[in-house]
Design a protein around this ligand. Structure first.
Ligand SMILES: Cc1cc2nc3c(=O)[nH]c(=O)nc-3n(C[C@H](O)[C@H](O)[C@H](O)COP(=O)(O)OP(=O)(O)OC[C@H]3O[C@@H](n4cnc5c(N)ncnc54)[C@H](O)[C@@H]3O)c2cc1C
Length: 388
């Protein structure tokens, strides 16, 4: 058994750390969080530097102009970026779309999209959730894509769609067979050009991850060319399910990095803040909080790297990926809550970073999947009867 990163993985980790220190400064993150409505998702200048270093969309295979990095490589990058800014970490991923195109796309789609993903000239958002519910996603769905000659015509609404305001394509899950009673066999995935006639994106105001804009998307007779169907007609749900592991591991890496960033700030503060003539880090309860943070973050990190390693080995990782997501999101909430206690009054002031980590951590226990639902899946994977 080997717990060490390889030499090239250590180099990658150092490169990302240096990139983050230099480019994604704390000052930049504060401005981004405050002025989220007027700032781009991640400054184009920073994006280009990250792309040149090979840190963005590392999953694109070499034959399509990418680096062909594995899940462990992506976890290394995401963890380091999220340590400073979980919002920025959202800009470096994209494996889900790479896998979607690689596994289900036509050769034309691979040639069209993958090189552009590798050089950062194309962006995607995923639109699954609808206003009637995100957990019972199929039961709540009413958006339809009706076949019409060489096109599909989409009508409906999606909600909480991250990055839809800046994506070139919104990958939309829609009902394509209205006569099929089993919804899992009736839906398909379509790449919808964000600039399509009839498509409207409305930003939502939110507590967490303010730099990663989240939106409502409205479709009114949106015409989508048939060649933008991704994968097989009516198989969209099964395709999505096969891509859940990378998404959950990505989410786990983000929350490990987020918790690590909050922990480091709290540790620094505990060493310098004085009370009763001593640094507050001398008080036992503060030491115990910090010790627990370090223990739990390491636990979450090990689970995340193991799930990523399993995926890279082509081994089953459903349980491990879901468990890593549940564990790390809850650790991030607990770590940031105790970090706030350590900062006390200073923690709730908007000029400190700790309140940003605290707010950002909140969404990960229910997005992209709620921890209750993830636990349901884990229960099923342990052989228990389906609970829903
Ligand atoms: C900031 C943010 C960004 C997002 N980005 C995207 C995106 O880019 N694309 C996208 O498609 N979606 C996105 N989502 C949606 C996200 O996937 C959903 O919010 C999530 O699936 C939960 O759905 P819901 O919010 O409708 O909660 P609901 O489904 O209404 O659930 C409410 C509560 O009921 C519980 N519950 C429901 N069913 C069960 C059950 N069977 N057993 C136990 N408990 C249950 C849930 O766990 C939860 O506690 C985003 C959400 C947020 C908050």
């Amino acid at each position: 058994m080997e717990f060490e990163l390889t030499e090239s993985q250590k180099m990658l980790q150092n490169t990302v750390r240096e990139f983050v220190e230099k480019e994604i400064t704390k000052e930049y993150c504060r401005r981004w969080d405050t002025n989220h409505e007027t700032m781009d998702w991640l400054d184009q200048r920073i994006r280009i530097k990250g792309i040149e270093l090979g840190l963005f969309c590392i999953a694109v295979p070499k034959e399509y102009g990418g680096l062909g990095g594995g899940m462990v490589d992506e976890v290394i990058i995401v963890e380091q970026v999220a340590r400073r800014s979980p919002t920025a970490a959202f800009s470096v991923g994209g494996r889900m779309f790479v896998e979607l195109i690689m596994q289900y796309g036509t050769e034309e789609q691979k040639n069209e999209y993958l090189p552009k993903m590798a050089n950062g000239t194309i962006g995607f958002a995923i639109a699954i959730t609808e206003p009637a519910g995100g957990t019972d996603v199929l039961g709540a769905m009413s958006t339809t894509a009706v076949s019409n000659g060489d096109n599909f015509i989409i009508n409906g609404q999606k909600i909480y769609i991250t990055g839809a305001h800046r994506a070139d394509f919104i990958c939309t899950l829609a009902i394509t067979d209205r006569n099929q009673p089993k919804r899992s066999k009736a839906v398909s995935l379509l790449f919808v050009d964000r600039k399509s006639k009839g498509l409207e994106v409305k930003p939502l105001n939110k507590l967490s991850m303010r730099g990663a804009g989240t939106n409502e998307v409205f479709y009114a007779d949106v015409r989508v060319p048939r060649e933008n169907l991704i994968g097989e007609l009516n198989k969209g749900f099964y395709q999505l399910v096969s891509l859940l592991n990378p998404e959950r591991i990505f989410c786990a890496a983000t929350t490990v990095g987020l918790a690590q960033g909050a922990f480091e700030d709290a540790l620094e503060y505990a060493k310098s803040r004085m009370a009763f003539g001593k640094p507050i880090g001398q008080f036992q309860i503060i030491q115990h909080w910090l010790a627990d943070m370090a223990i739990e973050i390491e636990m979450g990190r090990l689970m995340t790297y193991k799930a990523a390693w399993l995926l890279d080995q082509g081994k089953p990782a459903y349980l491990e990926a879901a468990a890593a997501k549940v564990c790390t999101s809850e650790i991030a909430v607990k770590t940031t809550t105790n970090a706030m206690e350590i900062f006390a009054g200073a923690g709730v002031m908007m000029e400190t970073d700790i309140q940003r980590y605290f707010r950002d951590a909140r969404q990960f226990t229910f997005a992209p999947i709620s921890n209750e639902m993830a636990r349901n899946f884990i229960g099923e994977l342990m052989g228990l009867p389906r609970s829903f």
